[in-house]
Design a binder for this molecule. Structure first.
Ligand SMILES: [Zn+2]
Length: 452
């Protein structure tokens, strides 16, 4: 089992293919090739020989063939890297790219005005790069190169550090080739302290894609690269945003404090040559694309947030709708009941109307009757008045007649009195005459004797 680059042999389990050095924070492959296997002696059969570029990368790693990569990388990562390179060192500068593959970045750096050279392990890929981009590419390893010490301004290691079987040794050689203020620019996968394999898998973290145990021998983190370079006397490490931030880190290393250069100076440096202007135009497009990508990411985050908000609002709406439906049902029930009540009342009203109509007809009939009776009464009254007048007349006539009768009676009475007087007087006279009669005087004497 391989020890950690830092010397620690007491490594903790990580997964079936890797162990973890808790001392420095590096993942160490359990299945890496031996140092011997990593060297390319036979380009046809060795691991990093011709087949690595033609078959293994496509079939094993699922990345585009080197011919496609020679085109794709230029417009994508090479421009991104150049942008960062210009922030730390302006052209012309002596630069070597270790593990330059097809050589496109070497070509772009040369276009920008740098004196750049590549280095590769496979004679086939060295030849491919030379032919494809017409750039100088050395056949590695670096340790074998006849190169003056402290001659380089920058060494670039893109996706190389993780492949090194003895990073301390290779980087020591690299640093020796650098001028005292020289820089290493490194892109490598980023293992983060505390990462747990099962959690990574569960979270679908793309760092899992970097767990390629036969190739990626050491997977560093920020803590472990600082330790690594500190041990090499290059303690100045400045991290930059990585292009593939979901699994990579990107940083600049130096033995001296690192200075950054204003972008306008970089742009001016590029404008000092015809080729540089072309590189600047490409950079301008790339920067614009980066800005657009940032805007898109922001917009996408905003969209996601709004989509979440919409979900929440939809949920609320559904609740409100459900509540409304319930309310509506309750109201419908109330309306139904009210409608039934209304119908019942309508029937009642109809009945009452009918009764009212009948009553009205009755009232009209009675009114007619009353009218008739009133009329009769009036007639009767007129009749009665006429009779009263008649009675008055008759009464007056009667009174007159009565008065006349009384007067007549009185007259009669008077006449009667006169008559009686006359009669009595006549009777007296008669009596006297009679008494004078002899027979009458005898009779009176007889009568007086009988009474006594
Ligand atoms: Zn370690």
């Amino acid at each position: 089992m391989r020890a950690c680059w830092c010397g620690n042999e007491n490594l903790a389990p990580f997964n079936a293919d890797y162990v973890e050095c808790k001392v420095c924070g590096t993942l160490v492959s359990l299945k890496s090739l031996t140092d011997e296997q990593l060297v390319v002696k036979d380009d046809e059969t060795d691991f990093y020989g011709k087949q690595y570029w033609l078959d293994h990368q496509v079939q094993g790693l699922g990345i585009p063939a080197i011919q496609s990569r020679a085109r794709i990388d230029l417009a994508e990562r090479n421009l991104y890297w150049l942008n960062t390179l210009l922030k730390y060192r302006l052209p012309p500068a002596q630069i070597m790219e270790l593990g330059c593959a097809h050589g496109s970045f070497v070509a772009l750096m040369r276009q920008a005005g740098y004196s750049a050279t590549g280095l590769e392990l496979s004679p086939w890929v060295v030849e491919f790069g030379r032919k494809t981009f017409d750039v100088p590419i050395l056949l590695g390893p670096l340790e074998a190169q006849e190169m003056p010490l402290e001659s380089l301004d920058v060494i670039v290691l893109m996706d190389v550090l993780e492949h090194l079987s003895d990073p301390l040794e290779t980087l020591k050689h690299s640093l020796q080739r650098l001028k005292p203020d020289g820089l290493l620019i490194v892109q490598t996968p980023q293992f983060k302290d505390g990462m747990c394999f099962d959690s990574l898998v569960e979270a679908k973290d793309r760092f899992v894609e970097m767990l390629i145990p036969d190739e990626h021998i050491y997977l560093f983190g920020e803590r472990s690269v600082k330790q690594l370079f500190s041990r090499l006397g290059a303690g100045h490490v400045q991290f930059e945003p990585a292009l593939f931030a979901h699994y990579d880190m990107f940083f600049v290393v130096s033995r001296q404090p690192i200075q950054t250069i204003d972008r306008t100076l970089g742009d001016l440096a590029l404008q000092s040559s015809a080729n540089g202007r072309i590189a600047l135009a490409l950079l301008d497009v790339s920067r614009r694309e980066q800005e657009r990508a940032l805007e898109l990411a922001k917009s996408e985050a905003d969209r996601t947030a709004r989509a979440k908000q919409i979900d929440v609002l939809n949920g609320m709406l559904a609740q409100v709708q459900a509540s409304h439906t319930a309310q509506l049902e309750a109201l419908t029930q109330v309306i139904r009941e009210s409608e039934a009540d209304r119908a019942a009342r309508a029937t009642q009203v109809e009945t009452l109307t009918h009764m009212l109509n009948e009553s009205e007809a009755d009232r009209a009939a009675r009114a007619t009757q009353i009218e008739t009776l009133t009329h009769m009464l009036n007639e009767s009254e007129a009749d009665r008045a006429a009779r009263a007048v008649q009675i008055d007349t008759l009464t007056a006539m009667f009174t007159q007649a009565d008065a006349r009768r009384i007067a007549n009676a009185q007259e009669i009475e008077a006449l009667h009195s006169q008559l009686r007087l006359l009669l009595s007087r006549r009777a007296m006279r008669l009596m006297t005459k009679i008494s004078e009669w002899p027979e009458v005087s005898r009779l009176h004497e007889k009568l007086g004797s009988s009474r006594g």
